[in-house]
Design a protein around this ligand. Structure first.
Ligand SMILES: N[C@@H](CCC(=O)N[C@@H](CS)C(=O)NCC(=O)O)C(=O)O
Length: 338
């Protein structure tokens, strides 16, 4: 892990603030957290899940892959990657630091175990999957789909107007070269990354305890990270955005994913999504002025898990992009915060 560490709640935990600039954007009020995202990104999914799990009303601003780096660097000051979270006027880059900041600001329901040894283990597992799975599943996936612009361009531009779609289509050959270079994608490296995915699945299966969780007997950041970063294997219906249709995936990749999905670890990922992914707490831009103050998220003031209406039920006129899956219907009623 390359992120700096400092003490939170008495333990070694990732530093919750980046070197982000104050007031990076005037487009949104400081009172509502803004997640700058790439819809498809598994690191973004990790943070989206944390925000939804804690029922923190927030805005999602989807960036155009390729151009996103300019925005995320300008916001965070220190990273060109997504996710970035703008929180009370400061922008934080890196999913681990973002979750640390969320956990500090909205401790309930907790993603960090209270017990110090368990907390260290959960953070160690977060780091393992971040470093040993995240880059590899991405490299192996893009190796398969980058030759197919008809799959990737719609994936990168869903919910967008014609102009950005046309821009991405026109720029795709350049973007593809840049992605291959940036993610060091080649036939050899992709094969190696498949092996790393299998090794990460082996580790996941070794770590699942008799409680059904990786650490202790409740859902922690360790479970969340492993499940979010493996979403592309389990393809859970609770994932909030469309994916490449399974029948469009290249045969060898689909068969490889199937083998992993059928393993106990793959089924565990699907189960974590079913039990804990829950409904979305996203606000749309039309709703932000009506948004409850983020302190209304569970437990901020009381330290208890007191159900409050999430954004989708509080704002029944929410408008989602037409391609957005009805998250509230896929997972409503099954959300089972630890
Ligand atoms: N360690 C970072 C990794 C984030 C990351 O690699 N994000 C990808 C999307 S999956 C990205 O923005 N890549 C663009 C780039 O590397 O230029 C985190 O945990 O947030």
């Amino acid at each position: 892990m390359h992120t700096p560490k400092h003490a939170i709640n008495g333990s070694e935990a990732p530093r919750p603030t980046g070197s982000g600039s104050a007031n990076p954007t005037r487009a949104y009020p400081d009172s509502v957290p803004v997640l700058w995202q790439l819809q498809v990104s598994h690191y973004v999914e990790k943070v989206r899940w944390a925000l939804d799990y804690k029922r923190i009303p927030h805005i999602r601003d989807s960036l155009l892959p390729g151009l996103h780096a300019v925005k995320t660097r300008r916001l965070s000051g220190d990273t060109s990657t997504a996710p970035v979270l703008t929180l009370e006027g400061r922008s934080i880059g890196g999913s681990t630091r973002i979750i640390a900041a969320i956990e500090e600001r909205w401790p309930q329901p907790p993603l960090y175990p209270e017990d110090e040894a368990l907390r260290r283990r959960a953070l160690e597992l977060e780091e393992f999957f971040d470093e040993e799975l995240g880059p590899h599943i991405r490299r192996a996936f893009y190796h398969e789909v980058l030759p197919r612009p008809e799959l990737v361009v719609p994936l990168f531009t869903q919910g967008r107007h014609r102009a950005p779609r046309a821009l991405l289509r026109a720029g795709f050959p350049v973007l593809r070269v840049a992605m291959r270079r940036r993610f060091e994608i080649s036939a050899e490296s992709a094969a190696d990354s498949r092996a790393k995915m299998v090794a990460a699945m082996d580790r996941l299966e070794r770590e699942i305890s008799s409680s059904g969780y990786l650490v202790g007997d409740s859902f922690t950041v360790g479970d969340l990270t492993a499940a979010a970063l493996f979403y592309g294997v389990a393809r859970p219906p609770e994932f909030p955005y469309p994916m490449v249709a399974v029948n469009d995936l290249p045969d060898s990749w689909r068969e490889f994913l199937d083998l992993l999905a059928q393993r106990p670890g793959g089924q565990w990922v699907a189960q974590m999504y079913r039990r804990h992914r829950g409904p979305s707490a996203e606000l749309t831009t039309g709703d932000i002025n009506k948004a409850p103050h983020p302190d209304a998220a569970n437990g901020q003031r009381t330290g208890h898990h007191e159900p409050v209406p999430n954004s989708q039920t509080a704002f029944s006129n929410l408008t989602h992009p037409p391609d957005r899956l009805p998250v509230s219907t896929t997972a409503a009623g099954e959300h089972d915060p630890a």
